[in-house]
Design a protein around this ligand. Structure first.
Ligand SMILES: *[C@@H]1O[C@H](CO)[C@@H](O)[C@H](O)[C@H]1NC(C)=O
Ligand SMILES: *[C@@H]1O[C@H](CO)[C@@H](O)[C@H](O)[C@H]1NC(C)=O
Ligand SMILES: *[C@@H]1O[C@H](CO)[C@@H](O)[C@H](O)[C@H]1NC(C)=O
Ligand SMILES: *[C@@H]1O[C@H](CO)[C@@H](O)[C@H](O)[C@H]1NC(C)=O
Ligand SMILES: *[C@@H]1O[C@H](CO)[C@@H](O)[C@H](O)[C@H]1NC(C)=O
Ligand SMILES: *[C@@H]1O[C@H](CO)[C@@H](O)[C@H](O)[C@H]1NC(C)=O
Ligand SMILES: *[C@@H]1O[C@H](CO)[C@@H](O)[C@H](O)[C@H]1NC(C)=O
Ligand SMILES: *[C@@H]1O[C@H](CO)[C@@H](O)[C@H](O)[C@H]1NC(C)=O
Ligand SMILES: *[C@@H]1O[C@H](CO)[C@@H](O)[C@H](O)[C@H]1NC(C)=O
Ligand SMILES: *[C@@H]1O[C@H](CO)[C@@H](O)[C@H](O)[C@H]1NC(C)=O
Ligand SMILES: *[C@@H]1O[C@H](CO)[C@@H](O)[C@H](O)[C@H]1NC(C)=O
Ligand SMILES: CC(=O)N[C@H]1CO[C@H](CO)[C@@H](O)[C@@H]1O
Length: 419
């Protein structure tokens, strides 16, 4: 449920209208011409000290009801200031440099006396967080557009900007139909994105500084299959391995209306973990993600019980997905589990993993090598095909032979009769 509020700064008097999407504001100059346009969303995460000597973290969205008092437009610099609630404000300073403009800073001011937003706060003063956003090199007379999440961290405040459409330095009182897209919105070779594109009011006609993607149907570049990693855990330096795992791994992650796939690169992956009688753990840490596999031994069989994947997407958004009630990769404790065929497993609503050439043994590894493998159904099925073909051929040969012998016998029989 998004609210859209249009505001007109005209001698500090605002007109509110509730429409469809984001927080939409229009700042007008002294001639009552549009000079700054914004339609955006901000999520705040703020931590503060509470009276019981602890700290609390609250999350809230920029509300639909804002006023633009304090916003101003000049030829070379302008300020977008959104005031909301009991003395909170969020403001952005823009400056022009040559043919481009940029956002120099974002200042978020919050009033800890607001007990509805900051319950039980130890202090009652007003705090300020100033950060530098990543909004640069926006061509003059274009809107800056960034549908992707852009999280900006500060000591006690994280703010996530999303679905942003801003034009500072509007020329001639009308918003440009041309956009400069942020890097995160552009497709990259590694990232198959955008299954659906959320439709905003302003159609971002592609005429941007970077070669922007056509808004709809982006052809999905396919990732190469991940390289196979061979991972092992030793209980101590002198022992042989107690856990073995070979596989290529890819994860698929949903993020809002985007879907991204990432391969785990074994070359940059650090391995750690532990082996115990009832439970073993394999922890893989790469530059983009940390994956924890927890296997359990329930006397006769083992299975993958929990999987926890944390990391950052290519656009820098942190994610953490875990499922602690899985029963995958089940095999006898004295054997290993194998699945050569590519497999996909839905771990959570947002996370899917893909395995390539999987072979694991989390318990009872002897002499540092895999025990007998129990293969997955998919592998067994692919074995069945050649077997079935072989059996069919054999049957065919038998039929031909049988027909031949029967025919010969008949001939001989007729031979006797015709005699
Ligand atoms: C912002 O917060 C709203 C509700 O609090 C949530 O639905 C939305 O997913 C959040 N968006 C981001 C980008 O964190
Ligand atoms: C801000 O984000 C970082 C990294 O995700 C996290 O460690 C920190 O706790 C967050 N701070 C707040 C106030 O949410
Ligand atoms: C709060 O915690 C600090 C140490 O973290 C301690 O020195 C102080 O006495 C505590 N104050 C109260 C009121 O508990
Ligand atoms: C902060 O909130 C308190 C209580 O809601 C209010 O009395 C005070 O005026 C606010 N401060 C500012 C600077 O608006
Ligand atoms: C803020 O707290 C101080 C003491 O901690 C108190 O004197 C003052 O009245 C409080 N102000 C408000 C607006 O609650
Ligand atoms: C490892 O084994 C060697 C000899 O086999 C021995 O000298 C060394 O102390 C052992 N190290 C550890 C940590 O057990
Ligand atoms: C990983 O390392 C191997 C050998 O060290 C090399 O052949 C391969 O190209 C590397 N792969 C990547 C993705 O860097
Ligand atoms: C392993 O599980 C069995 C049965 O659940 C239990 O009896 C045993 O104490 C556990 N061993 C360890 C080391 O936790
Ligand atoms: C997953 O791992 C992260 C980081 O190690 C941790 O914060 C989170 O609590 C874990 N989730 C579960 C369900 O264990
Ligand atoms: C997942 O695996 C099933 C068969 O196990 C297959 O039909 C499906 O196409 C796979 N999905 C993807 C996205 O690879
Ligand atoms: C699996 O668990 C059973 C019972 O908890 C235990 O007797 C057995 O030794 C375990 N197997 C391995 C290989 O750790
Ligand atoms: C701002 C901008 O890049 N405008 C360009 C849009 O595309 C037309 C032609 O394709 C150019 O003439 C504009 O300069």
């Amino acid at each position: 449920m998004y609210r859209r509020a249009a505001f007109v700064l005209l001698l500090a008097c605002g007109i509110v209208s509730q429409l469809s999407h984001g927080v939409e504001v229009e700042v007008k100059d002294k001639d009552n011409k549009l000079c700054l346009y914004a339609n955006l969303m901000v999520n705040f995460s703020v931590s503060y000290d509470t009276a019981d000597n602890k700290s609390a973290t609250v999350e809230f969205e920029l509300p639909g009801a804002v006023t633009t008092d304090g916003s101003e437009c000049d030829a070379k610099s302008s300020v977008l200031k959104l005031n909301f609630g009991e003395g909170h404000s969020w403001s952005v300073n823009f400056t022009v440099k040559d043919k481009v403009y940029q956002a120099d800073s974002i200042t978020f001011t919050y009033n800890l006396s607001d007990t509805t937003r900051f319950p039980n706060s130890l202090y009652n003063d007003t705090k300020t967080s100033t950060v530098t956003p990543h909004i640069t090199d926006v061509e003059l007379d274009t809107c800056y557009s960034c549908k992707s999440n852009d999280m900006i961290e500060d000591v006690s405040v994280n703010q996530t900007l999303w679905d942003v459409l801003v034009q500072a330095f509007v020329n001639n009182g009308s918003k440009s139909e041309q956009t400069t897209s942020c890097a995160a919105d552009l497709p990259t070779t590694v990232v198959p994105t955008t299954h659906t594109t959320s439709t905003t009011t302003a159609a971002p006609v592609t005429n941007s500084t970077s070669t922007a993607a056509p808004a709809t149907t982006t052809p999905t570049p396919t990732l190469p299959p991940p390289a196979t990693g061979k991972y092992s855990i030793k209980p101590d330096a002198n022992s042989t391995a107690c856990l073995l795992a070979d596989f290529g791994l890819r994860i698929g992650l949903k993020q809002g209306d985007k879907y991204e796939e990432m391969n785990l690169d074994p070359n940059v992956t650090a391995v750690s973990g532990s082996c115990a009688v009832n439970s073993s753990e394999l922890v893989l840490v790469s530059n983009t993600m940390t994956i924890t596999f927890t296997f359990t031994n329930d006397t006769k069989k083992f299975h993958l019980h929990a999987l926890n994947v944390t990391g950052k997407t290519s656009s820098g958004v942190a994610f953490s997905e875990a499922n602690t009630s899985l029963s995958l990769w089940e095999a006898s404790v004295s054997s290993s589990y194998m699945c050569n065929k590519e497999q996909n497993y839905t771990i959570t609503d947002l996370l899917t993993i893909y395995t390539f050439g999987l072979h694991v043994q989390p318990f009872g590894v002897k002499k540092g090598s895999f025990s007998t493998a129990e293969e997955c159904q998919a592998d067994a099925d692919s074995f069945l095909v050649p077997i079935a073909v072989g059996v069919a051929l054999l049957v065919l040969i038998l039929i031909v032979l049988l027909a031949y012998f029967i025919g010969r016998k008949r001939n001989m029989a007729t031979g006797y009769e015709s005699f």
